[in-house]
Design a protein around this ligand. Structure first.
Ligand SMILES: Nc1ncnc2c1ncn2[C@@H]1O[C@H](COP(=O)(O)OP(=O)(O)OP(=O)(O)O)[C@@H](O)[C@H]1O
Length: 326
């Protein structure tokens, strides 16, 4: 089963300087029980994609085309506010870089975890028991006692563990994790990645994991999506993408980061040139201005070339990129 199926999604923002096309024909799938990574430079549209899925686009933004199918049925694009609120935090959960976005500083952790279970019909005692069980899963020591404590009484790494416990409390089918380890030091980052892997298996949910850190994506994700200037330029298994990248942008990204599996970078490696102006998108391939393979063909939009059942690259030149590993 596919938990999240985004088909040909386009999102525009109205700005004073004209329409900004933030996403163009974005397609991706998050299958059940899989961890899918999304990687791309700042401004490539990662947040816009998440916000579109969560029904949280800014007022000047709109989905202009496409579908977002959740659990094979609801099209999230057309779901009303009430429908979306019923899914958010229950069937679709989120974890962000800053755990304090999820934690209320003036309420105890126990109270916040009970509030998340408001639809469960359980007694207070039963809710607390579930909260303790989940805090134990994320390895908060002495969870019964700590339920009464407030967020400021926990360290940064522990706050992120609590945010994860809260996100997974209702056993969502999809967890969207947006740079959840970026603010942590390297040791804590590894610990959280291990924890996410373990919990994903235990709970049996899918994860859409956004990160600029290629090493983390390689470590954690079964599949990955490479975004560039509002398009998915390549998607496939993490193994295929790392060992046999077929879009020139993905190749450059991996080339720029030879120690990608061990080195921890605060940003993605830099590729010469700049992102195109999204208010005035180039006709055809979005990467052509920075691509060594660009030719006349690239002035028309490339097809999503299927390289295998699960590996796709939006490029006219996938024949030439075959075989040469980055
Ligand atoms: N409300 C808005 N109004 C106008 N433009 C916007 C708005 N929100 C995002 N954009 C533009 O849409 C494009 C995609 O932005 P988005 O924030 O989704 O990128 P991102 O990949 O998440 O970047 P980062 O990693 O820096 O958060 C950018 O050009 C951005 O300037």
């Amino acid at each position: 089963m596919t938990v999240l199926d985004v088909k040909d999604l386009s999102v525009d923002f109205a700005t004073e300087a004209g329409t900004l096309q933030a996403l163009r024909k974005v397609s991706l799938e998050v299958p059940a029980n899989r961890i899918v990574g999304v990687v791309g430079e700042s401004g490539c549209g990662k947040s816009t994609l998440i916000n579109a899925v969560l029904g949280l686009l800014a007022d000047n933004g709109a989905v202009t085309a496409g579908q977002i199918l959740f659990e094979g049925k609801s099209d999230l694009v057309h779901l009303d506010g009430n429908g979306m609120r019923a899914l958010r935090g229950q069937r679709i959960a989120t974890v962000f870089q800053d755990p304090m976005g999820a934690l209320n500083p003036v309420l105890s952790v126990g109270k916040q975890m009970r509030d998340i279970q408001y639809r469960s019909g359980l007694s207070r005692k039963a809710k607390d028991a579930l909260s303790v069980e989940m805090l134990r899963k994320v390895r908060i020591p002495d969870p019964e006692r700590r339920l009464a404590q407030f967020p400021h009484e926990f360290s940064g790494g522990m706050k992120q563990r609590i945010a994860i416990a809260m996100a997974l409390l209702m056993r969502p089918s999809l967890l969207i994790a947006d740079e959840p380890t970026t603010a942590l030091d390297a040791t804590l980052e590894v610990a959280i990645i291990e924890l996410l892997k373990e919990l994903q298996k235990q709970i049996g949910c899918s994860v859409l994991f956004i990160s600029h850190h290629l090493g983390v994506i390689a470590e954690l994700c079964d599949e990955m999506i490479v975004m560039y200037a509002g398009e998915v330029v390549e998607r496939g298994s993490t193994r295929d993408i790392f060992h046999n990248p077929r879009h020139p942008y993905t190749k450059k990204l991996l080339d720029c980061d030879p120690a990608r599996l061990s080195r921890r970078e605060p940003r993605l490696p830099t590729i010469p040139g700049t992102l195109p102006d999204l208010r005035n998108r180039p006709k055809g391939c979005v990467f052509q201005a920075r691509c060594e393979l660009a030719d006349d063909a690239c002035s028309t939009m490339p097809p999503d070339a299927a390289l295998s059942a699960s590996h796709v690259a939006r490029c006219w030149h996938t024949d030439e990129t075959a075989g040469a590993a980055a």
